[in-house]
Design a protein around this ligand. Sequence first.
Ligand SMILES: *[C@@H]1O[C@H](CO)[C@@H](O)[C@H](O)[C@H]1NC(C)=O
Ligand SMILES: *[C@@H]1O[C@H](CO)[C@@H](O)[C@H](O)[C@H]1NC(C)=O
Ligand SMILES: *[C@@H]1O[C@H](CO)[C@@H](O)[C@H](O)[C@H]1NC(C)=O
Ligand SMILES: *[C@@H]1O[C@H](CO)[C@@H](O)[C@H](O)[C@H]1NC(C)=O
Ligand SMILES: *[C@@H]1O[C@H](CO)[C@@H](O)[C@H](O)[C@H]1NC(C)=O
Ligand SMILES: *[C@@H]1O[C@H](CO)[C@@H](O)[C@H](O)[C@H]1NC(C)=O
Length: 323
Amino acid sequence: MRLSALFPLACAIVAFVLSMLCLFAGHKPGFMEEYHIVTLNTSTLGHNILSTATTSSGPTPTATSIGSFFSSIAHNVSSTIEGDINGIIGDVADKLAKELGIKQWYSLHLMDLCEGTFTPNATEKGASLNVSTCSNQTAMYHFDISKQLNKELEIGPLHINLSTISWPSEIQDGLNALNTALDATFVLYAIGIAAAGCAILASLVAFFLHGSRLISFGNWGLATISFLSLLIASIIITVIQSKATNLINKYGNEIGVYAYKGQKYLILTWVAVAVMFLAMLAWVAEFCVGKRNRGREYTEKSSRHGWGRSRKSDEAALRRSGV
Ligand SMILES: *[C@@H]1O[C@H](CO)[C@@H](O)[C@H](O)[C@H]1NC(C)=O
Ligand SMILES: *[C@@H]1O[C@H](CO)[C@@H](O)[C@H](O)[C@H]1NC(C)=O
Ligand SMILES: *[C@@H]1O[C@H](CO)[C@@H](O)[C@H](O)[C@H]1NC(C)=O
Ligand SMILES: *[C@@H]1O[C@H](CO)[C@@H](O)[C@H](O)[C@H]1NC(C)=O
Ligand SMILES: *[C@@H]1O[C@H](CO)[C@@H](O)[C@H](O)[C@H]1NC(C)=O
Ligand SMILES: *[C@@H]1O[C@H](CO)[C@@H](O)[C@H](O)[C@H]1NC(C)=O
């Protein structure tokens, strides 16, 4: 029994569980929805077609067919909502999405996309997320928010599409460029999880079979593979999150889409990295102690007794402190 193997064992278990959660958060409705990578607030999406109604409510400025089509939609939207068009941030914000046939928020998870409404309402600060549905989970999910929105707009009550609300194509173009990186994170998480799983087994071996340096070395190797995979995955996720929100906010705010970073997901993934880092350090220490033990065996044979004992006691102190 090697008690000092318990600390890296515990770390490996925690890292394993946390990185599993990174992979599976939000894979079905209501399961850790808060742990999304990015979420989009679409509760005011399309408010620009309402604005068209206010500006063209007098004698129609542009009498083109497109122009009248727009104002006809706008008229329908605004008359149904019966809201104060200037007070977009009010009752309208909570009803606009429903009028268009879309949801109030969309969230990206590693394996799917979830959508739903805000509870109690979209304008309430810190409203919670009420999940309606999630897409089917797939191993390498591609975040295609434009397709999803277009589909919902087309079957929605107004039967419009993304071009009607002047959805900028830059958003999806930018997201497509990030999707390859998302695929990579999926693979990295899978490697990180597999290595953490093996590290758990190897730590158990180290716990029951006393003292081989080879076992310490193998454990260190597994912890390092897991740590590096999770580290790179977390870096990529952090970058993707920031790029995607900047991109969506840059082109989308004008038409009423807002993107937020999923802070809780970041915490989850970085804690997994940190814990695996501790496991890796613990095995380095273990390996060094093992090396010194072996050194001590040689010196004990040739040198005086008291020296060996003092070494032994400071090693015991190290073990007690959990290294
Ligand atoms: C607006 O409503 C009218 C009648 O309610 C309907 O005939 C017209 O097609 C609607 N326009 C659009 C763009 O949905
Ligand atoms: C949203 O909900 C809060 C709390 O229930 C309420 O005070 C507020 O008036 C609601 N806003 C709208 C626009 O319904
Ligand atoms: C969604 O966006 C609208 C428009 O910016 C904002 O008024 C509302 O508070 C947001 N809702 C949530 C829950 O963040
Ligand atoms: C979530 O939304 C559904 C309908 O969209 C509603 O019936 C349900 O009450 C909502 N849940 C909460 C907690 O508000
Ligand atoms: C999701 O999975 C269900 C059952 O496996 C299937 O019936 C449905 O068509 C799938 N939906 C999509 C969009 O692939
Ligand atoms: C969107 O709707 C407009 C008007 O109905 C139509 O002209 C256009 O082709 C549609 N675009 C797409 C991509 O379906």
